[in-house]
Design a protein around this ligand. Structure first.
Ligand code: OOB
Length: 546
C-alpha cells in the first residue's frame, strides 16, 4: 500500500517465527469468536445486549451493505462514533471488507475531520445520530460538499430511511446476508486501520496498524491483564482511542470472550451504577478521571466490589493519587503507559505496591526494544533520564505518507522517537519524567503546539504566537497561548472564539491567552518555550487572571 512503511523483511520473518504475527485478521477473528462464544454477551449498550453471534451477523450484513455502496478493500472510511454498539458493527464490517477505518474522536470538528478525509481520500464518513447534542449532520454536509472523495455520509442510531442525503446505518443492516467473504479480503500483514497520533507537528499524523501487529498487542494485553470469558470491561474513555480500544480495552475483552459494557459518559453517576449493575471487573481511565472517581467513591453508595482492576494511563498519574486507589476503590491499580504508535507498558497485577505506585510499567513483549538516549542518540548510563526510543513487533516503522516527518520521528535503524523522557529502573520498569516533544498533555488529551499555533496565526490581529503547557492541579497540564498582537491586542476570547469558529476541537483551544510584546529567546535566537512555561507557571501559581 503506497504510503505505508512495512517492517523490513528480516524483522517480519523474525516476528512471524517467534509466533508474534500469526496471519489472523479481525474479520476472521470475530468469526472464530462467534463460533466459540456464540450466544454469550459481547456488548452491552444501555438496555441492548448483543451476543457474539449478533455482532458477527451485523458485521456480515453491514459489510455487504458497504460493498453495495461501492466501498472495497483499502478504501478509507472516517468513523466518528461515541461509545455505542454500532461502533463495533461498523469497524468489524470494514475490517471484513478490507476497508480502512480512520478512528476520529467524537470531539473532533471540521478542521480535523476535513483533514482526515482529504489526507486519506476517504470515501465515506460515519457519524452518530441526533442524540449527541452536537450537529454532526451539519458538520458532515459541509465535508461532503467540499471534499470530493467523500461519496457517502452514514448516520448511526437513527431510524431507517434517513433523509437529507445521508444513509441510515440501519438500512445497510437491513438485508440478511450469509457469511460475508471479500474476494480480495485482507491478510494479517495488511493495514487494518488508521489510529491518530497525539502529534507535535502542524497537522495530525495517521498511524497505520496492521492486523498482525495489533492482534499481537491485544493477545499480550489480555494475558497481562488476566482477562478471560468471565471478564467485564467498562468502556468509559472514547472507544476509538488506542487505550480503551486495545490495552486490553474493548477489543482485548472480545478476544478473551468477555463482555464489553459501553458507558455513554465517564462521570461517576453514570459509570458507578453500570459497574454495580453489570458486575464490571476492569476499566480504564485517565488521571483526572481517576481523581474524580476517588472523590466520588467516598460519597456515592454504589457496590463497586466486582471491580478488580482500575487501569490509569494516557498521562502521568502521580504517586500520591496512585496510592489512594487500592484503599479507596478496593481494587488493584494498573498503570498503563502507551502510545497509538505502538509500545504499551503495564505494571503487572502481581507487582508489589511500590512498583505499581511509582512506575509506569514495562513493555508487553520481550521483543519490545527500549533505548534511553541523550540528545545525540547515545545511551545514557543505567537509571539516568533520557529520550525513550522503541522498536518492536507492534510499533510502527513510519507514519502514513509522511516521508519528511518520518525522517525525524524514526532513527535510521527504525526506532520510533517517542518524545518522552524516561528512566529505567533496575527491574526494567519505565518511569516517565517529562517530555521533549512540543505537545501539551491535557489530562490525556494530546495537543500539538504547532497545530494550534498555525491556526492562531491565521487571526488577522496576531503577529506571532507560542503555545505552551501550564501546570494544572486537575488536568496535570492546560494550554496557554502567548500572543504578540499587531497593534492593539484583541481580547483573549476573540482568539478562542476564532478557533472554535474555524472548527478546531474544543480540547485544543487554549485555556488561557496571554498578550506579550516580545518572546524570550534562547542563545541561538529561538523562542524559549522553557522560559514561557516557567513564566506562566509562576503567574498561575500567583493566581493572576488572564
Ligand atoms: C496513549 O496514547 P496516545 O497516542 O494518546 O499518547 C501517547 C503519549 C505518550 O507518548 C506519552 O507522552 C503520554 O501519551 N502517556 C503517558 C502515559 N501514557 C501515555 N505519559 C505518562 N504516563 C503515562 N502513563 O495515551 C495511550 C495508548 C495506549 C495505552 C495507554 C495510553
Amino acid at each position: 500500500m503506497p504510503g505505508f512503511i512495512p517492517w523490513p523483511e528480516p524483522w517480519a520473518e523474525r516476528y512471524r517465527r517467534a509466533g508474534h504475527w500469526r496471519g489472523d485478521t479481525f474479520g476472521g477473528l470475530l468469526r472464530a469468536l462467534a463460533g466459540r462464544f456464540g450466544g454469550r454477551t459481547a456488548l452491552v449498550d444501555g438496555e441492548r445486549r448483543w451476543s457474539y453471534r449478533d455482532l458477527d451477523q451485523k458485521a456480515d450484513r453491514l459489510a455487504a451493505g458497504f460493498a453495495r455502496l461501492g466501498l472495497g478493500p483499502r478504501d478509507a472510511v472516517v468513523v466518528q462514533l461515541p461509545n455505542t454498539a454500532e461502533f463495533f458493527a461498523v469497524i468489524f464490517a470494514l475490517f471484513r471488507l478490507g476497508a480502512l477505518p480512520v478512528f476520529a474522536l467524537p470531539a473532533h470538528r471540521s478542521l480535523e475531520i476535513r483533514y482526515f478525509c482529504e489526507f486519506t481520500r476517504a470515501k465515506a464518513y460515519v457519524i452518530p445520530g441526533a442524540a449527541t447534542g452536537f450537529d454532526y449532520r451539519g458538520l458532515a454536509s459541509g465535508i461532503r460538499d467540499t471534499v470530493s472523495s467523500v461519496e457517502h455520509v452514514i448516520v448511526a442510531g437513527e431510524s431507517p430511511g434517513a433523509s437529507g442525503g445521508v444513509i441510515a446505518l440501519d438500512d445497510l443492516l437491513d438485508e440478511p446476508h450469509d457469511q460475508f467473504v471479500s474476494s480480495a479480503g485482507p491478510t494479517g500483514g495488511d493495514v487494518a486501520f488508521f489510529q491518530l497520533s497525539g502529534g507535535s507537528t502542524g497537522v495530525p499524523k495517521l498511524i497505520p496498524r496492521t492486523h498482525d501487529d495489533y492482534i499481537l498487542s491485544l493477545r499480550g494485553s489480555v494475558e497481562i491483564c488476566g482477562l478471560d470469558d468471565t471478564s467485564v470491561y467498562l468502556a468509559v474513555l472514547p472507544v476509538a482511542h488506542n487505550f480503551p480500544l486495545s490495552s486490553p480495552g474493548t477489543l482485548g475483552t472480545l478476544l478473551a470472550g468477555g463482555t464489553v459494557v459501553l458507558a455513554p459518559r465517564p462521570s461517576p453517576d453514570e459509570a458507578f451504577p453500570l459497574i454495580e449493575r453489570e458486575r464490571v471487573t476492569i476499566t480504564a481511565v485517565v488521571p483526572p478521571l481517576a481523581l474524580v472517581w476517588l472523590e466520588a467513591a467516598a460519597t456515592l453508595r454504589h457496590d463497586l466490589s466486582s471491580l478488580r482492576v482500575l487501569q490509569v494511563g494516557g498521562a502521568k498519574f502521580g504517586p500520591e493519587a496512585a496510592a489512594r486507589v487500592k484503599p479507596t476503590l478496593g481494587c488493584q491499580l494498573q498503570q498503563v503507559f502507551g502510545m497509538a504508535e505502538g509500545l504499551v507498558n503495564y505494571t503487572r497485577l502481581d507487582d508489589p505496591d511500590d512498583i505499581v505506585i511509582h512506575t509506569q510499567g514495562r513493555p508487553i513483549s520481550p521483543d519490545d526494544e527500549i533505548l534511553v538516549v541523550d540528545d545525540d542518540d547515545r545511551e545514557v548510563p543505567a537509571g539516568a533520564v533520557g529520550h525513550l526510543l522503541t522498536r518492536g513487533p507492534y510499533t510502527i516503522r513510519g507514519y502514513y505518507d509522511s516521508p519528511e516527518h518520518n525522517a525525524r520521528a524514526f532513527t535510521p535503524d527504525g526506532f520510533y522517537r517517542t518524545g518522552d523522557l524516561v528512566r529505567l529502573t533496575p527491574l526494567g520498569y519505565l518511569v516517565v519524567e517529562g517530555r521533549a516533544k512540543d505537545q501539551i498533555n491535557r489530562g490525556g488529551d494530546k495537543v500539538a503546539a504547532e497545530e494550534v499555533e498555525n491556526h492562531i496565526l491565521a487571526h488577522p490581529a496576531v503577529r506571532d504566537v507560542a503555545v505552551v503547557a501550564m501546570p494544572d492541579a486537575f488536568l496535570g497540564e492546560r494550554t496557554c497561548a502567548f500572543v504578540i498582537a499587531r497593534g492593539a491586542a484583541p481580547k483573549g476570547v476573540e482568539i478562542t472564539r476564532f478557533l472554535r469558529d474555524r472548527g478546531l476541537a474544543a480540547y485544543k483551544i487554549p485555556d488561557r491567552v496571554e498578550f506579550v510584546d516580545a518572546f524570550p529567546e534562547t542563545g541561538v535566537g529561538k523562542v524559549s518555550k522553557k522560559t514561557l512555561r516557567a513564566a506562566i507557571a509562576a503567574k498561575s501559581r500567583g493566581g493572576a487572571p488572564s
